[in-house]
Ligand binder design. Structure first.
Ligand code: R5P
Length: 263
């Protein structure tokens, strides 16, 4: 692996722990001004210094992220659909590699929609991105997206998606946590991070999801709503970091969350 690729990957997955807490703020690319991300700058500013990497689109990066930040950026480069359109799976590449390089990002992310009528185009987009990424030393993160079909998130389906993403050359795969998650990570020869998905009922649910993912082979999270839709987003991201980087249990994470929240 070339130096540039290794260096960028080391800025996403921290070499000290081999883990990462990525903060996902790309939801607007198909959801519009989703709850608690209506004004991206206000959501991002208090949290960015606690994230190992931030995942926005180019529009939110340019308008809402301070260019003086030292937090590395993994740029969402796929889209072209909306939540009210005919199919969330009908994505293409929205931002060329040249622009990602100009924006000085450390990785690019796109979604694949395995098992949908658009799987072929999204998988070829992944392959194309990987080919360009290899040219520029740019890691590619593949997101195993499920659109509105959240019930698809089981080990059999996610194992298939993650393995295909890795086979096509993704450097990191972002997927969902599920029962039997160890079969997903075992079958995927590149690092996996988990999304949080829609806001869970309690903080403890998010801590248990994170802990379960780490215990079963994930290198971290790329989490959004369960952090910034919390009434205490800073306490939340710090508690998630405690699990990911310090092997805290969900109970210890909750204790930290409560102490920051009340402090
Ligand atoms: C969805 O496709 C977005 O790309 C998000 O980045 C992803 O779902 C992670 O955010 P959340 O933890 O809110 O699910």
């Amino acid at each position: 692996m070339d130096w540039g690729m290794k260096n960028r990957l080391a800025r996403i997955i921290r070499p000290e722990t081999g883990r990462t807490v990525m903060l996902a703020v790309d939801h607007g690319y198909f959801l519009g001004p989703t709850s608690r991300l209506e004004e991206p700058r206000k959501t991002i500013e208090p949290l960015i210094s606690y994230a190992d990497a931030l995942m926005p689109t180019r529009g939110v990066l340019r308008t809402s992220v301070d260019p003086n930040t030292s937090t590395p950026i993994v740029l969402r480069v796929s889209g072209g659909t909306s939540v009210i359109g005919p199919s969330l799976a009908d994505e293409g590449i929205t931002t060329p590699m040249e622009e990602a390089v100009r924006l000085n990002v450390v990785g690019v992310a796109l979604s694949i929609f395995v098992g949908t009528e658009h799987e072929h185009q999204t998988l070829l987009s992944l392959s194309q991105l990987v080919t360009e990424g290899q040219k520029y030393g740019m890691p590619v993160l593949a997101v195993t997206a499920v659109g509105k079909e959240l019930e698809k998130r089981d080990a059999r389906y996610l194992s298939l998606c993650c393995r295909i993403a890795a086979e096509l050359g993704a450097n990191v795969v972002k997927t969902y946590y599920c029962d039997g998650f160890e079969t997903v990570t075992k079958g995927c020869p590149v690092p996996c991070v988990v999304a949080g998905g829609p806001k869970l009922n309690t903080e403890m649910d998010a801590f248990e999801l994170t802990y379960g993912a780490i215990q079963n082979g994930a290198v971290g999270v790329d989490m959004g709503r369960n952090i910034w839709q919390s009434p205490h987003p800073v306490a939340m991201i710090r508690a998630i970091r405690h699990i990911v980087h310090e092997n805290a249990t969900p109970k210890q994470a909750l204790e930290l969350f409560e102490s920051i929240k009340n402090g």
